[in-house]
Design a protein around this ligand. Structure first.
Ligand SMILES: C[S@@+](CC[C@H](N)C(=O)[O-])C[C@H]1O[C@@H](n2cnc3c(N)ncnc32)[C@H](O)[C@@H]1O
Length: 203
């Protein structure tokens, strides 16, 4: 998919030169320096929505041993933080952008992170937690398809954490999820971002 002036970040195989850079950020006092590049979402700083998600939602417990999903992982800031906090968990980092997947493999080296295209995740795998800064700009229909594909893969009792900018439809996404039968709560709101907690049951 392309803009007139260039590629969008969810182009499957970015053609633009990589222009590597390093992105530094801290979460709960831990410092991270991750490789990023042109052609990948927010490749020059930690996205402010992702920062709100990582700071407002309690990280998995250190003894979490389930399978977690970072849906739309980009260069991998969410996957890397989750894998760091829960070293016994397996974290799937899923994206359609091949450059993003190369970066997340590099950034998550030594951690239990499996970088994969959507079709590479085995069908039988379910997730105790899904974390996502989803690709809102793909449009409503594609976004709903994406969530309709992955949310049903929550394990019993599992929870999904989504961050969405209010001006990009955070509130209407909450309504759509509720209408689709999910239990949705607005967990937090900061800097124009909504953090939605999505589960099968209320609470
Ligand atoms: C808003 S970005 C978030 C990236 C990263 N998690 C971050 O916080 O910097 C959304 C990501 O979703 C990816 N994406 C788009 N369509 C997708 C799809 N169908 N399945 C999985 N990922 C997709 C994009 O390539 C992009 O990397």
């Amino acid at each position: 998919m392309r803009w007139v002036t260039g590629e969008h970040y969810f182009t499957a195989v970015p053609g633009a030169p990589e222009r590597r850079r390093e992105i530094g950020f801290s979460i709960d006092g831990r410092e991270y320096r991750l490789a990023a590049a042109a052609g990948v979402f927010s490749g020059d700083r930690l996205d402010p929505g992702t920062a709100v998600l990582l700071r407002k939602v309690a990280q998995p417990a250190p003894d979490e041993a389930g399978t977690l999903l970072d849906l739309g992982c980009g260069y991998g800031p969410i996957a890397v933080v989750l894998a760091d906090r829960a070293p016994s968990a397996t974290v799937y980092a899923v994206d359609v952008n091949t450059r993003a997947l190369e970066l997340v493999r590099e950034n998550a080296a030594g951690r239990r992170v499996r970088a994969a295209r959507p079709d590479e995740v085995p069908e039988e795998v379910t997730f105790s937690q899904i974390w996502s800064n989803p690709p809102i700009r793909v449009g409503k229909a594609d976004l709903h398809d994406l969530l309709g594909r992955w949310l049903p893969r929550l394990a019993p009792g599992g929870v999904a954490w989504l961050v969405v900018a209010r001006h990009l439809g955070g509130d209407s996404l909450q309504r759509w999820l509720t209408d689709a039968g999910w239990s949705v709560a607005r967990h937090a709101s900061q800097k124009g971002y909504r953090i939605l907690r999505v589960g099968r049951e209320s609470g």
